[in-house]
Write a protein that binds this ligand. Structure first.
Ligand code: FMN
Length: 336
């Protein structure tokens, strides 16, 4: 109720500034104290996935806290795990603004951020500073100026640097806002990427005596044939999890979308059915051999349950938080 009032003001502000303002608001000490005073503890609903124990099934999707600046406050809102990033080896500005749009009546967000982030070294500093002891996933990508041919190296640099500090690592090859990034999902380069990532994971495992699972985040715009091929490769290379899905560039999910908005990835309600469908198909192909982390359009307990029913072991949320506020976290966790 209170959030819907705050939302009225927030939605008058430019989306990127509103995003920072709301996170800063929840980071204020006295706001946190008020929240803790009124919040009852959540029931214990631990779940095992990728060999890790998660406090509950619901985590933050990548993009909310790209630089790990809000780890402690996000964890206290009730999330069972946090996925930070996408971070790249070097800091970068991302695409020019405006690059984030809200479609309130459709309950959708369109973004063409382009991996704006302060780089992996800065993220490591922030993880070290945080007090959170739960599961932290780190989502990694390639720098804009790295060619696709050399992109695997960017992922390997990030894995080596973050290995000690992450509970799991997500290889993001599905953002539609970095030119040709999605090409990494296909053919020989996909095979090479998985092979080299697993080789680096093995070396790091030996070095630090700690196994950090690797997840691959895929696009919702893949055909069944492509999902079959990707799944085969994930199994062949012993990948630890698949995250489905990133945002869509299938603009038909929003009928009557304005031409000038057909530029970025769509998230939120229009993505809900598409991503659930991908999870369902993946679960039929994978047959529990690799866990699925479901994300895309979760905005209620019902839509969260749909993702689990379709085959997801864990779920993540981003746009639903913007439209419904942090109360949806507790609504989902209490009853799921
Ligand atoms: C503004 C914005 C930024 C995002 N940034 C990233 C990112 O950096 N890396 C990534 O893997 N996904 C990113 N995503 C995609 C989300 O993690 C998620 O996969 C997608 O939004 C679908 O979930 P939702 O409908 O709950 O938002 C971003 C989404 C939004 C809306």
């Amino acid at each position: 109720m209170i959030y819907y009032l705050i939302r009225k003001i927030l939605f008058l502000i430019e989306p990127e500034i509103a995003h920072i303002l709301i996170l800063k608001f929840f980071s204020l000490k006295y706001i946190q104290n008020i929240i803790y005073f009124f919040l009852k503890p959540l029931p214990q609903k631990k779940i095992k996935c990728m060999g890790l124990v998660f406090d509950n099934v619901l985590g933050t999707a990548a993009g909310i806290d790209k630089n790990g600046e809000y780890i402690d406050i996000m964890s206290k809102l009730g999330f069972g795990f946090l996925e930070l990033g996408t971070v790249t080896p070097l800091p970068q500005y991302g695409n020019p603004k405006p690059r984030l749009f809200r479609l309130v009546s459709e309950e959708a967000i369109i973004n063409k951020m382009g991996f704006n982030n302060l780089g992996i070294d800065n993220l490591i500093k922030n993880i070290k500073k945080s007090k959170f002891k739960g599961i932290i996933g780190v989502n990694i990508g390639k720098n804009k100026n790295t060619s696709i041919e050399n992109s695997i190296n960017d992922y390997l640099i990030c894995i080596e640097k973050i290995y000690c500090y992450a509970s799991y690592i997500t290889i993001n090859i599905s953002s539609p806002n970095t030119v040709n990034l999605r090409n990494l999902q296909y053919g020989i380069i996909f095979d090479q990427l998985l092979k080299k990532v697993k080789k680096t994971q093995k070396i790091m495992h030996k070095k630090y005596l700690k196994y950090v699972p690797i997840a691959i985040k895929i696009s919702p715009d893949l055909s069944i044939k492509e999902l079959i091929r990707i799944s085969k490769k994930l199994i062949e290379h012993n990948i630890d999890a698949v995250i489905a899905t990133n945002t869509t560039i299938d603009y038909s999910v929003i009928p009557d979308i304005k031409k000038n908005l057909k530029k970025g990835g769509i998230s939120g309600l229009p993505l809900q059915r598409k991503s659930t469908n991908i999870i369902f198909i993946l679960s039929k192909i994978l047959k529990n051999r690799i866990p699925i982390i479901g994300v895309g359009g979760i905005n209620s307990l019902y839509s969260a349950q749909e993702k689990i029913k379709a085959g997801a072991t864990l779920i993540q949320v981003y746009s639903g938080l913007i439209f419904h506020g942090p109360s949806i976290i507790r609504k989902i966790i209490k009853k799921i």
